[in-house]
Design a protein around this ligand. Structure first.
Ligand code: HEM
Length: 504
């Protein structure tokens, strides 16, 4: 053993003489309260956990780069990271499942999070997306309710398929995402074998002050690979950490996963002429009308050195945009602009963006002051601690001012289910599937519904019927194969309940 090893110290820097034996009165004890080294050790252990993310608690992350391969997009945005071919921007990515807690198995059927923090020269841009281009709800008022149904039942502390299907069957806007979730795409074999989507409609703006609407896509270069439910059960029986093993292992071996980044663009005139609301998160934009425009290649090439410091403490927020990229009227996006930074202040502390993993790689000058995690030094210019000031403190620059966004309409709680077509896009997706893919979809849904009250099954089948009669028939047949007595076993209570809650 080397004699050059560093000295073990307390957190205050005092060298420790003995890290094996606690301080006691006599060899058999008791302990002395003045053994502050022992107390420090135990107290630190008690504080090793921070609140897990309220959703997307289980995750896997890595560092990488975005390299620009086409500058077509510079017509629409002055965002520096897209400005020239060959330009690279460092990034951090965190993939996740939505519902499971930190210890949940990786190979579970669920939507996957796809969060990217681009460390651009003009600040951090966070694209906090999923591996699906749509979402279950379109009004953020319903997000906490939806998440309740994905988490544990208050009494049984078990996941509740009844709650899930009850909510979905009362929320037909979920059909598109439900169809994706129970299709092959709902269970990728690893984070490398799935696409990523910004999902919402965002906006781009340029030096001329023009704004267009945009959607972000990341297409996997590894190809799509999926588990069936049975295959996933085998994987989970052997390892609950299969995604961590796959992602960490690939990067460790130098097999760097890659995605091609694309955008779709829509002008305001196109938005006005569209048959559906382009800001509705339950809808995709048809690629035939809004073709994918290539932007660059994303590569993941470095594993973090410390999972807690760099992945658990990573804070991604849709509110982090940079010049040239902004929001849209999408109500869900606007709620998220509030919700994430609020969650980070609770989960990590007020100055969470000063943590190394969240810190921008460009100069940061603000007037926010004290609070938790205030470990960064004061501005050298000590007199400039308010704004405006006469002491050369940081100032605004109108070049970064976003062009005005037109908003109009009466302020009211608009019914988000009026004027929305919930069945057409799920039908288009359903009809893209091969016969085998459809059969797996039917089986997956039947398996997930099995055992819940019949009136909820019937209400949900009513929605599938409206998507495509073959969709409902397929699930009905799969259910019958699992439970030939299903119809005969319907209770009077089920029939009454169905009358109370018909398909809307
Ligand atoms: C995580 C809220 C919808 C993707 C979170 C977190 C909150 C939250 C509070 C935990 C943040 C943290 O502690 O770091 C909401 C609200 C939503 C919403 C209020 C709707 C109104 C969405 C949608 C997507 C999405 C539509 C994808 C398109 C994610 C991802 C994470 C996350 C990927 C994990 C971020 C990470 O890796 O740290 N969400 N969410 N969420 N959400 Fe949402």
């Amino acid at each position: 053993m080397s004699t050059q090893r560093p000295l073990l110290t307390t957190t205050a820097g005092a060298p420790v003489g003995d890290n094996q034996n606690s301080l006691t009165a006599g060899p058999r004890g008791p302990l002395l309260l003045q053994d502050y080294q022992l107390i420090e050790k135990l107290s630190h252990q008690n504080r090793e956990r921070i609140p897990e993310r309220v959703v997307h608690a289980k995750g896997w992350g890595a560092y990488g780069t975005l390299t620009v391969t086409s500058t077509e997009v510079t017509k629409y945005t002055n965002a520096k990271l897209f400005s020239e071919i060959g330009k690279t921007t460092d990034l951090l990515i965190r993939f996740s499942t939505v519902a499971g807690e930190q210890g949940a198995a990786d190979a579970e059927r669920d939507v996957r999070g796809f969060s990217i923090k681009f460390y651009t020269e003009e600040g951090n841009w966070d694209l906090v997306g999923n591996n699906t281009p749509v979402f279950f709800v379109r009004d953020p008022y319903k997000f906490p309710d939806f998440i309740r149904t994905q988490k544990r039942h208050p009494k049984t502390n078990l996941r509740s398929p009844t709650a899930m299907w009850d909510f979905w069957s009362l929320s037909p806007e979920s059909l598109h995402q439900v169809t994706i979730l129970f299709s092959d795409r709902g269970l990728p074999v690893s984070p490398m074998h799935m696409n990523g989507y910004g999902s919402h409609t965002f906006s781009f703006w340029n030096d001329a002050g023009e704004r267009v609407w945009t959607k972000f896509h990341f297409k996997t270069k590894q190809g799509h690979k999926h588990y069936t439910n049975d295959e996933a059960a085998d994987v989970i029986a052997k390892s609950r950490e299969s995604y961590q093993e796959e992602l960490y292992g690939a990067i460790d071996r130098g097999e760097f996963p890659k995605w091609t980044m694309y955008v779709q663009i829509m002008t305001q005139a196109q938005a006005d002429a569209l048959a559906f609301n382009p800001f509705d998160l339950t809808k995709v934009w048809p690629h035939a009308d809004f073709p994918l425009i290539e932007v660059g290649e994303m590569e993941l090439n470095r594993n973090p050195d410390n999972y807690f410091a760099e992945i658990e403490q990573a804070a991604f927020s849709p509110s982090n945009v940079v010049r040239g990229i902004s929001f849209s009227p999408d109500k869900m996006l606007q709620a998220r602009v509030f919700s994430y930074a609020d969650a980070h202040r609770h989960r990590l502390g007020a100055h969470y963006e000063a943590l190394p993993v969240n810190q921008p790689k460009c100069p940061v000058n603000h007037y926010h002051k004290d609070g938790l995690l205030r470990f960064f030094a004061s501005n050298k210019n000590i007199e400039a601690y308010y704004e405006p000031n006469s002491f050369d403190g940081p100032v605004e620059d109108p070049r970064f001012l976003e062009p005005p966004m037109e908003v109009h309409g009466l302020a009211k709680r608009w019914n988000h289910r009026e004027d929305h077509e919930d069945y057409k896009q799920p039908a288009a997706l359903f009809n893209l599937f091969t016969a085998e893919q459809k059969q797996r979809l039917f089986n997956n849904i039947a398996g997930a519904m099995y055992g819940i009250p019949s009136f909820i099954i019937d209400r949900q089948l009513g929605h599938f019927e409206k998507v495509d009669p073959a969709y409902a028939a397929g699930i009905r047949a799969a259910l019958a194969a699992m439970d030939p007595q299903h119809e005969a076993n319907k209770t009077e209570k089920d029939v009454d309940a169905m009358a109370l809650h018909p398909v809307g």
